[in-house]
Design a protein around this ligand. Structure first.
Ligand SMILES: [Zn+2]
Ligand SMILES: [Zn+2]
Length: 211
């Protein structure tokens, strides 16, 4: 699988604008999924253009949770490409989606691609199967990293965690992961790096992770 961070609080690549919010492109099993859409449509589409990601090439959108910094670009994106959108059931339905799938329970979207289900009534995480284990992609981790990893475990052994981890500080919870890429709202990025220097990868718009 390949994950390209499009929208993040930090920028990893010259020319890409940093902004509070998160979005990434996930390519796996022949599909291209947009995970979250950042805060502003214009900035999402601008960063996509600079990364050479054609909006028309996206097959589906996966929305982690209904916070403005994850859904702000959704309407503008769907205006260009009205694809299917997976949203937690607590989210209002986007009006211009091709199809809306409301998610409550954990389920398989496609071969090798799963959702944790809507955890604690707020947020779902995306799970991608790889030979090394599951790659877990989280928006803000509002339900807590332990609930997310526990829900993920029903589909396989978590290998990597990518995304916003908010105030996550129970660092021993991720000791069995091989790769941690904390982005966006993660408060304790430098602490995670100092506890797990070998597992740590810095995020930022333009960062590409291939597993
Ligand atoms: Zn957020
Ligand atoms: Zn949030």
């Amino acid at each position: 699988m390949k994950s390209t961070i499009i929208y993040d609080n930090e920028s990893h690549k010259k020319g890409l604008k940093p902004d509070w919010g998160f979005a990434c492109l996930v390519e796996a099993f022949g599909r291209k999924m947009l995970f979250d859409t950042g805060a502003k449509g214009s900035m999402l589409l601008d960063n996509m253009k600079k990364l050479g990601i054609e909006p028309a090439s996206i097959d589906e959108v996966f929305i982690s949770h209904y916070h403005w910094d994850h859904t702000g670009g959704l309407t503008d994106f769907l205006d260009l490409n009205p694809v299917r959108v997976y949203i937690p059931s607590s989210c209002p339905e986007p009006q211009n989606a091709g199809e809306v799938i409301k998610v409550e329970e954990a389920f398989r979207l496609h071969e090798g691609i799963f959702s944790t289900g809507e955890l604690k009534g707020i947020e779902q995480s995306l799970l991608i199967e790889t030979e090394r284990g599951l790659v877990v992609i989280a928006g803000c981790s509002h339900p807590g990293v332990s609930s997310i990893l526990e829900a993920a475990s029903q589909f396989g052994k978590p290998y990597a965690l990518i995304g916003g981890l908010h105030g996550f500080n129970e660092f021993e919870l991720v000791k069995d992961l091989e790769l941690i890429c904390p982005t966006h709202c993660t408060q304790f990025i430098s602490e995670i790096e100092s506890v797990y220097p070998d597992k740590f990868m810095s995020g930022g718009a333009g960062e590409i992770i291939i597993i």
